[in-house]
Every structure is written in structure tokens, then in C-alpha cells.
Design a protein around this ligand. Structure first.
Ligand code: ZN
Length: 154
């Protein structure tokens, strides 16, 4: 399944899978949510510390395929220190990216590291793996009263 992805993306994903950033448990999270992707068996626990609308700290734990783990690693790296509003915008960018036509040209300038998930557009079964951490983030934020985050099923 990983061999389906382009070489560059593969390397980034394998690196994050092997050395996941922000992997572990937060002792006193202000938000916590569990994500599950039954299609692949990916399980994810996401812990957040939110103060004054800013994501001060974030960690994830769980088990899953390389894509889900890399996505969680990259997502947590990106959202740490961001405001809720900025996290929502990143979710939108990510959502637009993975649901866009695989043939479509996309502007990657706003995406940063999320660019590596361009490759999953061609593999619908992988999109849920890549989007699981984001949906879990949305769930954690929504349950804490930070509503209106996109809850679209990918
Ligand atoms: Zn998966």
C-alpha cells in the first residue's frame, strides 16, 4: 500500500511513521478524543491542552498503519502553538487536498508538510487513514465547545 505512493511522499511518511513526533500521552489534557478507522483498523487517542484559544500542547497515541501514524505526527507538529481558528483553516486545506481530483493541479504553497498527502488522493481507501487524525481533532474540539469545526465525512 505504501508502494502506491510516490517516492518522495513515501520517505516523509516512513520517517514520521518510524519517528513519530508528539507521540505519547498528556497527563492533564483539556481535550481528549478517540478516533477509529474500521476500514483499516487504525486507532488513535488525541490529547490537547488548549489555553486562551491556543493549542499549547498536543500528543497522540495508538496504533495504525504508516499513513495514519504519519498523518497524526505531521498534524500534531503543525497545530502545536496554533489558534483554534488556524487549526480549522488547516483542516480545510487538508480536506480540500485529499478530496480533490487526483489529476487536479493544486496550490501547495499553503500546505507545507501536508503536501505529502497529495499522493493519497489516488487511493480512496487511504484517504480515511490520512484524515483520521483530523477528524479526531475536530471531535476533541467540538466536545470542548469549540464547535463549527468541519465534521464532514471524507
Ligand atoms: Zn490506515
Amino acid at each position: 500500500m505504501i508502494s502506491e505512493l510516490d517516492e518522495l511522499y513515501k520517505q516523509v511518511i516512513l520517517d514520521h511513521n518510524k519517528n513519530p513526533r508528539n507521540f505519547g500521552v498528556l497527563e492533564n489534557p483539556t481535550s481528549h478524543a478517540k478516533g477509529h478507522n474500521p476500514l483499516c483498523g487504525d486507532q488513535l487517542d488525541l490529547y490537547l491542552v488548549i489555553e486562551d484559544g491556543i493549542i499549547k500542547d498536543v500528543k497522540f497515541n495508538g496504533s495504525g498503519c504508516a499513513i495514519s501514524k504519519a498523518s497524526a505526527s505531521i498534524m500534531t507538529s503543525i497545530i502545536k502553538g496554533k489558534t483554534i481558528e488556524e487549526a480549522k483553516q488547516l483542516f480545510e486545506h487538508f480536506h480540500n487536498l485529499v478530496t480533490s481530483d487526483p489529476e487536479a493541479e493544486i496550490d501547495v504553497s499553503d500546505l507545507g508538510k501536508l503536501e505529502v498527502f497529495c499522493g493519497v488522493r489516488e487511493f480512496p481507501s487511504r484517504i480515511k487513514c490520512a484524515s483520521l487524525p483530523w477528524h479526531t481533532l475536530a471531535q476533541a474540539l467540538n466536545e470542548n465547545g469549540y464547535s463549527d469545526l468541519i465534521s464532514t465525512e471524507v
